[in-house]
Design a protein around this ligand. Sequence first.
Ligand SMILES: C[S@@+](CC[C@H](N)C(=O)[O-])C[C@H]1O[C@@H](n2cnc3c(N)ncnc32)[C@H](O)[C@@H]1O
Ligand code: SF4
Length: 403
Amino acid sequence: MVNSLFNYYLKRFGNSKIASVIRKIPMAGIYIHIPFCKQACYYCNFHFSTLLSYKEKLVAAIAKELFLRKDSLAGETIDTIYFGGGTPSLLSESEFYTIYEAITQHYNIEHLKEFTLEANPDDLSDKFLNWLKHTPVDRLSIGIQSFEDVHLKYMNRAHTAAEAITSVQKAQSIGINRISIDLIYGIPGMEMHTWENNLNKAFSLEIDHLSSYCLTLEPNTVFGKLLKKEKMSMPKEESSSAQFNTLQSMSAANGFLQYEISNFGKAGAFALHNTNYWNNESYLGVGPGAHSFFPGQRMWNISNNQQYMRSIEKNELPLETENLSLADQFNEYVMTGLRTMWGIDLAMIEKRFGIEKSAQIKKDLAKHIASGKLLANENSLLLSKDGKFFADGIASDAFIVNP
Ligand SMILES: C[S@@+](CC[C@H](N)C(=O)[O-])C[C@H]1O[C@@H](n2cnc3c(N)ncnc32)[C@H](O)[C@@H]1O
Ligand code: SF4
């Protein structure tokens, strides 16, 4: 289970001055999962339904879950709110406020620092953006994926490349300054010059944050099924790793710091909510399929909209809990820490897991230090630029097996 949870986090947040400060301060966040999409993208294995008729009813259940779980972050102030999905930009004004008001009623958001909403370009009409301007949302994460119509069609996206560009420009023109976009590389048939064009277009839009993931094929998606029937093939690993390399170089050349393997931000523009995940801070995840984390404990809601609503109606929480052993916590710290630009903090390992673990990890990872994939400082272990492509394999070499 831990592995599937890891995959979830890596995909979800997938991967400066502010961030180095926030690492040290305990934070708490609320994640709301909106499990609806207009149409299914052929690669996507996140939890969503394309049946929108009961959206309002499900939103009411989310508001009730926020009430039922109000004690889980009791005494904490909420630093970040993140509406993700699925497609949160499908929410109507009244649905958005039903959820937001439940948050304000039951949680302390007096010191809120960031409020992100994931949006798809085709939803960002003038009307939607003008409404959004008056909400507390101060950061948009726009799922663009590609600036090439041929690839958007291939992946069954619901928007065009032109809509992708204008959605960013319109959001900027109404004063939303914090904009992140998502791009996918490693798409079959995508050549290097096309990927470079995509990145050039992204940087020309003057966004302050970019999340970029290599296409992964999940068995329960259209692409996964086509692959199984040998009706499609994936690019060679050398091609994806070359695109990842270009992503790193072009981001750096444009003033973006790779603060997590898949996440690049200008100084001061790192996503606080996502950094919270990587620092193992507490967060409450609400809605079908949402995950929560509290010290030593993970929880995940059922990924079925109807069962979720039935359970909430009966005042029952539709969730499962996993208590994390010390070994699980060590492995998670190594996995997430290694993916960030701060790396693994050896003093932290010593404090949380004992002095012998700090010595052990250096031994376990010695071959990666020797090969240059891992850089060892006095107090930390960091992936080198090339090592970042092998993050998961390197982390697993340091894992402790549960006794
Ligand atoms: C699940 S979506 C939610 C946001 C929004 N609905 C959208 O389409 O952009 C979040 C991001 O996950 C990434 N993603 C989802 N499935 C993926 C896959 N199989 N391979 C690579 N990236 C993926 C996409 O970049 C997407 O923007
Ligand atoms: S990528 Fe986004 S829009 Fe596409 S199916 Fe997944 S959640 Fe929905």
